[in-house]
Design a protein around this ligand. Structure first.
Ligand code: MG
Length: 458
């Protein structure tokens, strides 16, 4: 079937077309072989293929003599947290995150609560490809156990981290939209413990995603925006399919970009840890740099992907990490995305200041951001990107810095441009941010024509 197993984060494939149960079985055997002995935690999101894939993985793992603890349907962060807190030898999450319903996939986690790094993935892939599995005889097979307290344990740990009494004292009304994903089993119950009223939409786990698209973007959050506005709720919270992302909606029904929320929280963390480091990906807003610099903090940018952020957070002993798509990594707790504690931190700030989320986020500047894409055959992508490192800064004015951690990023005197090849489509994407719409528009046009010419010449 499909040639390359691992993508940006774990395995993510279309079931029946790119992924079948034999692959799950062999992946289970490969992971068991990698782990050697001990116990792994296995959970899944709400996808229609989830139970079947998890059962098959489990069989593969047990055949190598490694034990499996099954946690059923839980959010990805719950699996990561428990893998760490219980000291399991690895964690496996059957999920395709925010992808459409026909997708399935597996994310791997290590004891440190961090997702498998690309080195760890390569090791696993090598065993998978070689099919050299360490299989156990009939009397040394792994056993399967069940844990039913995963969600409760995670909720309890979150409540211990935040000032729950302070939040409760404000009697907030919160609307939670888990998007029919794994967050259904945790998010409403956590928020219920902190507010006087919780209203849910799309809160029954359903792998068909009947309520909305799994990705929590403004276009798919219309119902939540409307409901928050109409009911006068204090906050709207939306998650993706495996609930490792969160996006917030203000009282007035406005969806707030993740990088602005990261800036808000980073500002808080930097109050207590002066000169701390904040890690984000190359596509986050300049507003984040501004807030971090105001607080005398240090900002580091990584390639796109939550594991890339987590690796840097750990390396740099950062106070916080995040991605504009709604990923919050809070190392005070663990190294996986932690959307639930991030939600609590927002409620806590609202409670402490007496301000609404909308009022709090107003302190974070918002800059115009525009995107465009150009068709580019996959085989031309690498040469085009290589040539752009020279041609792009040459054709632009006021270039301050060229960053090549992921694609080609250009810091301008005012604003930035990021050019990245798509990992899934034959296109190259251009994103531009700056102080005014006019300036962003003209810079984007210039960049577009340079990229176009570079593609034509390649
Ligand atoms: Mg996700």
């Amino acid at each position: 079937m499909a040639d390359k197993l691992f993508g940006t984060t774990g395995v993510r494939k279309i079931y029946g077309k790119e992924f079948d149960l034999e692959m799950a079985l062999n992946l289970g055997k490969a992971l068991g072989t990698l782990v050697g002995n001990g116990t792994v935690l296995l959970a899944r999101d709400a996808r229609t293929t989830g139970l079947m894939v998890a059962d098959t993985l489990s069989a593969g793992i047990m055949s190598t003599g490694v034990n499996v603890v099954r946690a059923g349907i839980i959010p990805t962060p719950t699996l990561a947290y428990l893998t760490m807190s219980k000291g399991y030898d690895a964690g496996l999450m059957v999920t395709a995150s925010h992808n459409p319903p026909e997708y399935t996939g597996i994310k791997f986690w290590s004891k440190s609560s961090m997702g498998f790094t690309s080195d760890e993935e390569r090791k696993l892939e090598k065993i998978y490809d070689s099919k050299k599995f360490t299989l156990a005889p009939w009397n040394q097979l792994g056993e399967e156990l069940v844990i039913e307290t995963a969600v409760d344990e995670h909720i309890e740990a979150i409540l211990e981290k935040c000032d729950a009494d302070l939040i409760r004292s404000k009697n907030f009304t919160v609307i939670v939209d888990p998007g029919n994903g794994a967050g259904c089993v945790l998010a409403p119950y956590l928020i219920q413990k902190l507010s006087s009223k919780v209203v849910t939409i799309n809160a029954q786990p359903d792998g068909h995603f009947p309520g909305r698209k799994s990705e929590p973007e403004e276009e798919s959050l219309g119902d939540l925006m409307e409901l928050v506005k109409q009911t006068g709720a204090d906050l709207g919270i939306a998650h993706d399919g495996d609930s490792d992302r969160v996006v917030f909606v203000t009282k007035t029904g406005e969806v707030i970009r993740g990088d602005r929320t990261i800036a808000l929280l980073a500002g808080e963390y930097l109050k207590t840890s002066k000169k701390g480091t904040v890690v984000t990906t190359v596509d986050s807003s300049l507003a984040l740099d501004e807030i971090v610099e105001q607080r005398e903090g240090n900002i580091i940018r990584t390639p796109v992907g939550d594991i890339q952020v987590a690796v840097k957070v750990k390396e740099e002993n950062a106070v916080m990490g995040g991605e504009a798509c709604g990923v919050f990594i809070l190392p005070e707790f663990h190294l996986a995305p932690e959307p639930f504690l991030a939600s609590c931190r927002i409620l806590e700030m609202m409670a402490r200041t007496g301000k609404s989320f909308g009022e709090l986020i107003e302190t974070i500047p918002i800059y115009p951001l525009m995107k465009t894409k150009l068709t580019c055959p996959n085989e031309k992508k690498s040469i085009v990107m290589k040539n752009l490192v020279e041609s792009l800064p040459k054709g632009l004015e006021d270039v301050v810095k060229v960053i090549t951690v992921d694609g080609v990023g250009i810091t301008l005197k005012e604003g930035w441009i990021l050019v990245r090849p798509s990992g899934t489509e034959p296109v190259i994407r251009i994103t531009c941010e700056g102080p005014t719409k006019d300036l962003v528009g003209s810079t984007l046009e210039k960049a577009k024509s340079i990229v176009e010419k570079t593609i034509d010449k390649a």
